[in-house]
Design a protein around this ligand. Structure first.
Ligand code: NAD
Ligand code: MLT
Length: 314
């Protein structure tokens, strides 16, 4: 399959290597990260391709306005900000770069687990407030604790391997990863009902789909050990935010590491402000290395398609 790729719009902050690769291959590229929704609707008709990260919402309206659009690329993993159904109906190819930011997202997850267990957020804040409070911030070791990983795909597996080096036991669930496969990265596959009472920490690494929406909810918190800690570097809404707040307030949940939120940026910062929460503004993939990788990958995929080479992605 080959497509005529003359002009591409990049509407989110993506590393310049993406522009370089496309231009080197004869594609005209415009990068404009400040387009309002109205401007994007006006502009998009002039482009064959669109490359986004997560800020641009590629809605049905945008796709319908893109009368010449042939391809939409997501420099990242999740394609939740693209209406893939409408794109597919219109014969527009949607591509992503799964894998390019896996290590960064896994490292960010591990960072949150470690930071949670030693109260790093609040301890650092107290020093910045000029306090030397050694009693308030007693932590716990990770050694010997059980980390439950929900979603044993690319990121889940890398988190397991890294946290095992702290002496954590890793268990997990994934509907398409077999127990034999999870055993290859020393993680015992278990059904969810068996996982909840065993976990000291639960980290979620699934897409946000109907089956995973509010996967961790009031009923699940009720089945967990008191003080269980939860981490979400996947998508807001996999952990029910209202249930999480209730569990934090009652002490049933001992802490949460959150990189993603149902609404980004959130309108309500109550969760992020809770003393037992360490929150980051969707930084899982925000490393120089990951951003160069995803920018290179998406550009190369566009060029491959324009030159009739094989397809890859969402
Ligand atoms: P992946 O596709 O490699 O793995 C996801 C796994 O979830 C799959 O193995 C799938 O079978 C499993 N899964 C699906 N439904 C499930 C269910 N009901 N219960 C348990 N497991 C289920 O994806 P990945 O690259 O590991 O990414 C995981 C998540 O992280 C995605 O939501 C992605 O968008 C997100 N992500 C976030 C950041 C960030 O910046 N915070 C960066 C990269 C990826
Ligand atoms: C992804 O799905 O790749 C992440 O959300 C990271 C990003 O913001 O690009």
């Amino acid at each position: 399959m080959t497509i005529q790729l003359r002009k591409v719009l990049i509407s989110d902050e993506i590393d310049d290597i993406c522009l370089e690769i496309l231009r080197k291959n004869g594609v005209e590229v415009v990068k404009n990260c400040n387009l309002s929704k109205e401007d994007l609707l006006k502009e998009i008709a002039g482009y064959d391709g669109l490359i986004v990260r997560s800020a641009t919402k590629v809605s049905a309206e945008v796709i319908n306005a893109g009368v010449n659009l042939k391809i939409i690329g997501r420099a990242g993993t999740g394609v939740d900000n693209i209406d893939t159904e409408v794109a597919t109906k219109k014969g527009i190819i949607v591509m992503n770069t799964p894998g390019g930011n896996t290590l960064s997202a896994a490292e960010h997850t591990c960072t949150l687990i470690i930071a949670l267990t030693r109260n790093l957020g609040e301890a650092s804040k107290s020093m910045k407030d000029g306090k030397w409070d050694r009693k308030k911030f007693m932590g716990t070791e990770l050694y010997g604790k059980t980390l439950a990983i929900i979603g044993l795909g690319r990121i889940g597996k890398e988190v397991a391997l890294r946290m095992q080096s702290f002496g954590m036991t890793t268990i997990g669930y994934d509907p398409i990863i077999s127990s034999d496969e999870s055993a290859t990265f020393n993680t015992e596959w278990m059904p969810l009902e068996k996982i909840w009472p065993l976990a000291d920490y639960i980290t979620v690494h699934t897409p946000l789909i109907p089956q995973t929406k509010n996967l961790i909810n009031d009923a699940v918190f009720g089945k967990c050990k008191k003080g269980v800690k939860v981490i979400n570097v996947a998508r807001g809404g996999i952990i029910d935010e209202d249930a999480l707040l209730r569990a934090l307030q009652s002490g049933q949940c001992g802490g949460a590491g959150l990189d993603v939120f149902i609404e980004e940026p959130p309108k309500d910062y109550t969760l992020a402000k809770h003393p037992n929460v360490i929150a980051t503004p969707h930084l899982g993939a925000s490393t120089i290395e990951a951003q160069v990788r995803v920018a290179e990958e998406i550009a190369q995929q566009f060029v491959d398609l324009a030159q009739g080479r094989s397809l890859f992605g969402a």
